[in-house]
Structures are given as C-alpha cells and as structure tokens.
Design a protein around this ligand. Structure first.
Ligand SMILES: [Zn+2]
Length: 542
C-alpha cells in the first residue's frame, strides 16, 4: 500500500496534545463522502415522511441544499463523480462522458480505462482501471498532498468509475466490485496487492450470503405505480420484477452481476465500508481520513424500473435504515462530534416516457438509438454520396474529418432538426458564443475530444428502450440532485438558493484547510462554512 511517512502523524499528534490538554481539532477526523447514483433531489420529499434512519438524521440535523444542480451535459456517472470531487465542469476535468470518441485513436475511450495497469485481486481485464484521464486533482488528492499521504483515503463502489474518480490520483486505494470474483478489487495504480483484510472479506463470500431469502418491499407504496408495470424491464432476463423478490433465484440467473440490481448491492457496500473503518482505524488518527462511498445500485434499479416503481421506494427506505445503522456505528467508532458526512448524487433521472403518456402527456417518447441514427442517415442521403458521420454518442455527432466544414455542419443541423424529438442543435463553433442556458450547459461539458454538432431532445424524450429509464440531459430531472452536509461544525438549516455541484469541492477545501483542486471553479458554500466560523470564534475567546 502507499508509503506513509510516520513523522507527519507523530507531529500532528504532538500538536494536538499540548501541555497535557487535548486541543479540539477544528477539522473532522473522518469525512464520509456519499454519492447515491441516480438519486433525484425529489426523492427526499417523496419519501421524507417514511425516513426514520440516516437520511432523516441528515435532513433534520444537517445543512440541506434543496436546489443543487449540475452545470453541464451530459449528466452521467463519470462526469458527475469527477465534478463532485474536482469542483469544476467536464471542460476542465476532462471526463466528458462515461465514454467518448477519441479521433486521435479512432475509437471510443472509457473514462477510467488504463491499458498500462494490471488488475489487483482479479485477472479480469475489465479491471485495468485508473484515474489516468482525470485532468484535475480532487479534494481527496489535495488532502493527501497536504498531509504528505498521512491521511488515509479509501473509496469504494460497485462501479469502477464510482470509486476511482472520488479517490483521485493520490488516494491509498479505490476498490470496485468485480463480477468475476464477486468481491472488491483495485489496480496496480494504487497497490501491488489487496490489503489482507479485504482479501479476507472477499473470501467470506459476502455476495452469496446476501443473496438469500424472499424479500417484500418496504414502504406504503402510496407514490408508486402498480407492481410489474408495463414500463419496467425484466430482472436478469427472468420474468417481471414482482414481490416477493426471490434473491437466490436472481443470483442464480445473474451470477456476480445480480447483486448490483437489488438493494443488497447497497448492503454489500456498507459491510465493506465498516470493515475498512475497523481495520484501517479510519477517523482515529490526528489528521483527517476519508471514506468515499458511491452507491451504484439505485442507478441499476432506476434504469430497470424507472423513477416511480415500488422498487425505488424500497431501495431508498432500505438505504435510509442502513445509513442510520452506519451512522450509529460511526458515533461509537469515531465519536459523534468528530466526523463529517456529505451526500449528493451524480445525476438524476427522467420519468419513463410511456408512463408519462399513460398519465396524459402525449408529447413524450423513448426512441431507439439505431432508428434515430438511421433517420439522420436518411435525411442526409440526398446531400452526400457517403454518410459524413463517424459516430453519434453523448448527444453529439462526430463528423468524418474530411467533412469538418461549416456548410456540412449546417446540413447536419438541419437534418437533426427535422427529427420530431430534437429541440435544439448547436455546432461546436457556436458553443462559446452564447450565455443561453441550453448552450452553456454544452459548453461546460465539452472539450477538444467532443463532437462537431450537439443536439438536445425535447424534455420527456429519450434515446433509450421503452422500459425503465435513463439520464444525460440538461433538464432539471437530470441536473437536480440532493446535497446534504452533516456532522462536525455543520449547523441545521434548509437552503433554497440555487447552488452547483462544483461548489462542493471548494467547500471541502475550506472545511479541511487544504488547497482547492487544481482546476476547481466552483464557489464555497457559505451556509456550510458558517458553522465552522462559529466554532473558531468561540476558540479565540477562550
Ligand atoms: Zn445510469
């Protein structure tokens, strides 16, 4: 594992025990940074009266930002995590999608791919991953630098990108779930072997132990549609998702992948997080440690069932209970007044368009990706002997290099606008010339690897299957996410002004007394820092 200069830790300890009196630390000994994949801000209101656990505690005792938004498109997991931790938009941190087309390599690249690292804990080539393509430092990086790596920084997620982008470049490790071994792995970017406690955790077969029994949904279902609705995907190729959920059957059908799609995926993450705290003694050092957890399961479930299913209510109520137990564990292990918790999401989600039509909104539709591109091809056919497009991804059209001319881009724009789902089209050259919201979202989300023509579908229209849902747009259903701070030096308040996700990292820099991430552009959130000011002025008077 990463080298830890011992003298730094001793120096901090000596400073904090001066003249026999322990001076209370102004910074927390542990930051628990939570990201819930695909959590819409609205879910807090929808389920608030049913929360009795950790979410209720954060909502009652923390600072709650009710209007936190992403400031770019596409609103996907990779860019979301990168923006939370770097405090800036994709145009600066470089993670412009989960995948994007790279003209110099003439292929799609994945946001955390790295052909030069080896998987650790697995031989799965899909685990050759690192933060290579992340162009900015993260607040977790700046903490590691400030303490000469004396801080312990660990990130866990079921998705590789959900662990790696929070961990940044300098962390002790990012650990992600590997379907083949049904446990957590890392890569040679972070370590040459798994810590023995994690190898032991994997060897206990935690997935097989969790995927047992029949499960009824939690909640009163007042806000959900009928179970096994027409708008839901089948679970692991089995029949419709109906309760009780037969976990052993789901596991038998989906093998290692199955746990991602049921609430037990969150339980697995809480279990490994507790093990990390215990074995690495997180939060019990003089300097600040970090545990970054990204819960991917709500995203897999949302993609399968949409935003209104009983499964959504169930997974958030279970998350609330498990978070409650986890915070109670932290109270005992780290001390109630020593830790800080943040919670946000990497993006929201659209409602299923078929379900919107059933509710009475006629202008909503899911469009098949391949059909969409076929209609673009057809619209361009009269003007071009060959199809001038290399690829279409992230709502962007990449034109063949010999066709990168303004008159061609205009023709593509006209062709796209002839599609009934398309609302707006912008060429890359015009992105910087407008302060219009629709344009600046795209400007913030693009760099030299982006496409030549950008299009926005109408709200309620998706390039996706008829069942389940997705995200990626600049509409509020995708950009609006929860943002909560709770714990050391944080006061209880509700904030309704609009803030941006990129404001989180600069706020962390002030809370932890460290440099801002290298490319950060966000503004620190004064409502969170208020509590810190109160504590320091009290100290001065003493
Ligand atoms: Zn997703």
């Amino acid at each position: 594992m990463a080298f830890k200069p011992l003298f730094v830790r001793y120096a901090c300890t000596l400073l904090s025990v001066f003249g026999g009196t322990i001076i209370a630390q102004q910074t927390p000994t542990l930051v628990v940074s939570l990201v819930v994949d695909q959590m819409r801000a609205e879910y807090l209101y929808r389920f608030e009266d049913q929360f009795t656990g950790g979410l209720q505690r954060l909502l009652k005792e923390g600072t709650v930002f009710r209007e936190c938004h992403y400031s770019y498109v596409p609103t996907y997991t990779g860019p979301g995590h990168a923006s939370i931790y770097t405090g800036t938009d994709p145009m600066h941190h470089g993670i412009i999608g989960n995948d994007w087309f790279d003209r110099t390599r003439d292929r799609m690249v994945y946001c955390v791919e790295d052909p030069d690292v080896t998987p650790i804990g697995s031989s799965n080539p899909a685990s050759k991953r690192s933060p290579l393509l992340l162009q900015s430092t993260t607040w977790t990086d700046e903490l590691e630098w400030a303490t000469q790596k004396a801080s312990k920084v660990f990130a866990f997620s079921l998705k590789d990108r959900g662990a790696i982008l929070p961990a940044g470049h300098f962390a002790d490790a990012a650990f992600w779930y590997d379907d083949q071994i049904e446990g957590f792995v890392t890569s040679s970017h972070y370590a040459s072997e798994l810590p023995s406690w994690l190898a032991a955790f994997n060897a206990e077969k935690p997935v097989a132990r969790l995927m047992q029994g029949l499960q009824e949904p939690l909640g009163h279902g007042r806000f959900s549609g009928p179970d096994a609705s027409l708008f839901e995907k089948r679970l692991m190729g089995m029949g419709p998702r109906v309760y009780p959920l037969d976990l052993a059957a789901v596991y038998a059908a989906g093998k290692g992948d199955a746990i991602r799609r049921v609430p037990q995926g969150n339980s697995l993450l809480f279990q490994v997080a507790k093990r990390a705290i215990e074995k690495e003694q997180l939060g019990r050092h003089a300097q600040t440690d970090v545990l970054a957890l990204s819960f991917s399961t709500p995203d897999y479930i949302g993609h399968d069932v949409g935003t209104r299913g009983k499964e959504i209510e169930d997974v958030y109520l279970r998350f609330d209970l498990e978070l409650g137990a986890f915070l109670a564990y932290l109270d005992a292990a780290v001390g109630k007044d020593n830790y800080l918790v943040t919670l946000t999401a990497d993006h929201g989600a659209a409602d299923n368009p078929g379900q919107m039509r059933a509710m009475g909104m006629a202008d909503a539709q899911a469009w098949n990706d391949a059909d969409f591109e076929a209609s673009l091809k057809e619209a361009l056919a009269p003007s071009f002997a060959i199809y001038p497009v290399r690829t279409v991804c992230n709502d962007q059209v990449y034109v063949l290099s010999e066709f990168q001319k303004p008159e061609v881009l205009e023709k593509i724009k006209t062709a796209l606008l002839s599609h009934p789902a398309v609302a707006h089209v912008f060429t890359s050259a015009t992105l910087s010339n407008s302060s219009q919201e629709e344009v600046s979202l795209r400007y913030n989300g693009a760099n030299k690897f982006s496409g030549d023509v950008f299009f926005a579908l109408k709200p309620g229209h998706l390039l996706y299957s008829q069942t389940g849902t997705t995200h990626g747009s600049g509409y509020s259903y995708d950009t609006h996410v929860p943002l909560l701070f709770y714990g050391k030096n944080v006061t209880s308040s509700q904030v309704y002004r609009t803030v941006k996700v990129k404001d989180i990292a600069p706020t962390m820099s002030h809370l932890l007394h460290i440099a801002r991430p290298s490319a950060s552009t966000g503004e620190p959130l004064k409502e969170v820092l208020k509590g810190k000011e109160k504590t320091s002025s009290k100290k001065k008077r003493r």
